[in-house]
Design a protein around this ligand. Structure first.
Ligand code: SF4
Length: 399
């Protein structure tokens, strides 16, 4: 049986929830390692059946909440042939498709059952990015307008989507994202030969920001525009951490990009990249650490420490590495440093820096025990600080 015929056969015999399971289990490089078990549903479906059927991700939302999130696709049939993807055109794998009505009603059913309290919606491409985007938007419209769905919606913007489609998606979603795949044209060529880095991927990301600037935010469903994110496949085609982080750094300031996801490459059999080794999971971890330093800790890109190949050190936290090169012999005086200097000290984050700023308004900090007493761990920080002009009393590694 041909691959296309197989899809038509499977699609005709599976029920909607079975299809949804196929669509949710195998999403290409969508943080599969986050998939965990589901919470207790309270609806009509049998709990065990639903547990077997649906993997959900425990996702951290921009507002700090964690929810069980259903990550799914409108269809896993795709006319594109991305070199890393299990759903690339012509590859023999179980596939399924749902109409906007079917998918929206299934999402509502799972929401009522308590299985998923939000949906992340992507799709394989059929009939081009524009038609595919229309189906994604139609699903979100049914959710918001027919079912008055109030939960979190994250919509993927398809390569080549038009401005009015992006506008509509932004009206319906809490977050929109487009996968850049790689940090430049050449890496995207090797990962996804049918996608044009500038025209298909970067331009829609720019359009999201243009819409935020051009139109009042009350046009969004929560009277605000959604945040934007992107995703990279890491480790498949020799892109460097420097290239990845430099691009995300530029996108944060130019397009207010909120989040970049770094998905470690895992080879998939019967794809052109099947013989490439799996990406080291530490690489993803270091990329996230560096991304948060740039986004939340106000590090400049020039302060990131890369090796000769343009990659981060896999062995060491980038903040610690920076501190060893910059603070070891110029420690920070805890009683005088401003907030921005404090958060650059290893082991001191935003909360600890705030505590220090508040405490020292009325007290001098002279020893580590004072920091401990206000809830600050000093095991990493101690060798990079001065307390009232003196290094803390014990520094075995330093001396
Ligand atoms: S567009 Fe590429 S990554 Fe997306 S489903 Fe199709 S082949 Fe896979």
């Amino acid at each position: 049986m041909l691959v296309k015929e197989k899809h038509l056969f499977y699609n005709s015999v599976m029920d909607v929830l079975d299809k949804l399971k196929v669509l949710s289990l195998n999403m290409p490089f969508e943080a599969a390692e986050d998939v965990t078990c589901i919470s207790d549903p309270q609806g009509n479906e049998n709990l065990d059946t639903l547990k077997e059927r649906f993997p959900v991700t425990h996702a951290h939302l921009p507002n700090g909440k964690t929810i069980p999130l259903l990550k799914t696709m409108q269809t896993s049939v795709c006319e594109n042939d991305c070199n890393y993807c299990c759903f690339r055109s012509g590859r023999d794998t179980p596939r399924a498709s749902l109409t906007p009505d079917e998918l929206a009603s299934a999402v509502v059913k799972l929401s009522k059952a308590g299985v998923a309290k939000g949906v992340f919606l992507s799709s394989g491409i059929i009939g081009g990015g524009i038609r595919t985007q229309d189906r994604i938007i139609a699903t979100a419209e049914i959710l918001r307008e027919k079912y008055h769905y109030q939960d979190y919606i994250h919509l993927k913007i398809m390569p080549g989507a038009e401005k009015d489609q992006i506008f509509r998606a932004m009206q319906l979603a809490d977050r929109v994202s487009i996968n850049l795949e790689g940090p430049n044209e050449s890496s995207v060529n090797r990962l996804a030969p049918h996608k044009l880095f500038l025209k298909d991927l970067l331009t829609p990301l720019q359009t999201i920001e243009e819409i935020r600037r051009e139109y009042p935010s009350h046009l969004g469903w929560k009277h605000s525009w959604p945040s934007s994110a992107t995703q990279f496949v890491v480790g498949a085609v020799n892109e460097s951490d420097l290239d990845l982080l430099h691009l995300t750094y530029q996108l944060q300031s130019a397009f207010r990009l909120k989040r970049a996801y770094f998905s470690g490459f895992t080879p998939v059999i019967n794809t052109p990249l099947e013989n490439r080794p799996r990406s080291n999971p530490w690489r993803q971890h270091r990329l996230y650490q560096a991304f948060f330093l740039l986004r939340d800790y106000h590090f400049n890109f020039e302060e990131m420490v890369f090796n000769a190949s343009g990659n981060l050190d896999l062995e060491k936290d980038p903040k610690l590495l920076w501190a060893e090169q910059n603070l070891l012999y110029q420690p920070v005086e805890i009683n005088q440093a401003d907030y921005q200097q404090l958060i650059k000290i290893p082991g001191i984050g935003a909360v600890s820096a705030q505590k220090i700023c508040v405490f020292r308004k009325h007290h001098k900090i002279r020893d580590l025990s004072t920091l401990h007493n206000i809830g600050i761990s000093t095991s990493r920080a101690s060798k990079f600080i001065l307390l009232d002009g003196h290094r803390p009393s014990y520094q075995p590694e330093l001396f």
